[in-house]
Design a protein around this ligand. Structure first.
Ligand code: NAD
Length: 470
């Protein structure tokens, strides 16, 4: 059993004031394999005060020093990449062969991008006789989720450090080990004391204590809409700035003239990444009704190829979902699809054959209507809903018929036409013809998907205020 007993406050590993522990469960074996401290509000208080004390110095530090710290942090994480990958595989079950490239190496690249992006920010502009200056927003309370646990920390803490903010992180209680690896790397990289602090604990106690602490100026959450709403409500008490990266139900629009087999295969792969536990996953596949039979055949064939099982086995291509509660919720949503009359193309709510243990879900593809629950709710499991359309206008209307607006995609033989359609979508990031995700471009959403942007210079700017001087 791995036991973490300390939290990081003011550059030192110290005992938590809390007596309890949070158990970390392996979703494949269903056994607890690690514990971390269930922090105490006193830990939050000490950490927030340490971050506040460090703010004046760090917010006025030279940009070159911040870039060096971020690059050293990237190096320190890269050195630990295999250990962190193994920890994440144990915590969330993503296949090891995929997890390093999906979970850890992008975090390293992200820190280096953030260091580079510092040079692209207009820190001072003259407006008439007035100097308009970008200043660090203050002490940041960062709260992160379990699905990509290290990268989500890096996207906040990295950008906040770059901006000159100081941070108290409360990482996810479901997959907390990478927050400890990150904290160790931060110490090794020479992040000055108080600039980054880590307190572990759950949302309702430690998360809320952080959000309401008077020394915290800004809260940045990546997580569910439920947590986002609660945090906005609590932050309103002292009018703290809030950045929210929440859920999604993103549409993948395949137009009549698209390379259909490629679009459908990549669409299935995108929707099933990390067992479907990706905020920007393309979980609605919008296709011309005339091609529906072909689409269903291709999607079913690709879904059938997934090999479920032990994530440390190199043959495994799809792991479990993270907890029993998630598995139960996803199965309930699959049942709702059947009950609402959607066509089950492949998969279903049962435990996959040959896997008695573990929170596995069969890769599932439906054809449904735009209003079905499976076409509206974020499922966060390996479930894809195909929705047919008759005209391009209808495709745009269906894509926008969502309470979310995080990501999307458009496929067409005419890329300029795809771009025009993309401009009609009310969503944050839209990929064209399977283009890769650009980590320097902004990530974030419209509507219930949240407020604010992360990545590159846009992510740093999220942690900056304007000052008008003169
Ligand atoms: P969650 O909301 O349950 O938890 C996220 C974090 O918020 C955790 O650290 C949790 O402890 C904390 N939290 C929960 N309630 C809180 C409260 N009342 N006060 C303060 N903190 C609180 O989400 P999750 O299950 O960990 O993650 C899955 C969700 O995250 C999905 O909805 C997914 O779409 C979203 N997500 C979004 C992005 C994005 O960039 N937009 C990225 C990854 C995940």
């Amino acid at each position: 059993m791995l036991e973490r007993r300390q939290v990081l406050i003011d550059g030192e590993w110290v005992a938590s004031a809390g007596q309890g522990v949070l158990e970390v469960e392996n979703p494949v074996t269903e056994e607890v394999f690690a514990t971390v401290p269930q922090g105490h509000v006193d830990d939050v208080d000490r950490a927030a005060r340490a971050a506040a004390n460090a703010f004046d110095g760090w917010s006025h530090s030279p940009l070159a020093e911040r870039a060096e710290v971020l690059n050293r942090l990237a190096d320190a994480i890269e050195v630990r990449a295999d250990d962190i990958t193994r920890a994440i595989v144990q915590e969330i079950g993503e296949p090891e062969s995929i997890a390093k490239g999906h979970q850890v190496l992008p975090a390293v690249a992200h820190l280096r991008n953030t260091a580079d992006a510092l040079a692209g920010i207009e820190w001072d502009v003259q407006v008439g006789d007035t100097q308009v200056h970008r200043a660090a927003a203050g002490v940041v309370g960062a709260i992160t989720p379990w699905n990509v646990p290290l990268l989500m920390i890096v996207m906040k803490a990295g950008a906040a450090i770059a901006a000159g903010c100081t941070t108290v992180l409360k990482g996810t209680e479901v997959a907390p080990l990478s927050s400890f690896h990150f904290a160790e790397a931060a110490l090794e990289a020479g992040v000055p004391k108080g600039v980054f602090n880590l307190v572990s604990g759950n949302g309702p106690t430690i998360g809320e204590a952080l959000v309401t602490h008077p020394a915290i100026d800004m809260v940045s959450l990546t997580g569910s809409v439920r947590a986002g709403r609660r945090i906005m409500e609590l932050a309103s008490g002292s009018v703290k700035r809030v950045a929210l990266e929440l859920g999604g139900k993103s549409a993948n629009v395949v137009l009549e003239d698209a390379d259909l087999p490629r679009a459908v295969v990549m669409g299935v792969e995108d929707a099933f990444r990390n067992s479907g536990q990706v905020c920007g996953g393309l979980t609605r596949l919008l296709v011309p009704r005339s091609r529906l039979a072909e689409v269903e055949e291709i999607a079913a064939a690709r879904a059938a190829e997934y090999v479920l099982g032990d994530p440390f086995d190199p043959k495994t291509t799809l792991g479990p979902v993270v907890t029993w509660a998630q598995q139960d919720r996803i199965r309930g949503l699959i049942r709702s699809g059947v009950d609402q009359g959607a066509r089950l193309v492949i998969g279903g709510p049962e435990q996959p054959d040959g896997l008695e243990k573990g929170y596995f879900v069969k890769p599932t593809v439906f054809t449904g209507r735009p209003g079905d629950r499976i076409a509206q709710e974020e499922i966060f499991g390996p479930v894809l809903t195909i929705v047919p359309f008759d005209t391009e206008d209808e495709a745009v209307a269906i894509a926008n018929d969502s309470s979310y607006g995080l990501a999307g995609a458009v496929w067409s033989a005419d890329k300029e036409h795809a771009r025009k359609v993309a401009l009609r979508l009310r969503t944050g990031r839209i990929r064209l013809n399977g283009s890769p995700i650009n980590q320097r471009a902004p990530h974030g959403g419209f509507k219930l998907s949240g407020i604010g942007r992360e990545n590159g210079r846009f992510g740093i700017e999220e942690f900056l205020e304007y000052q008008a001087i003169g």
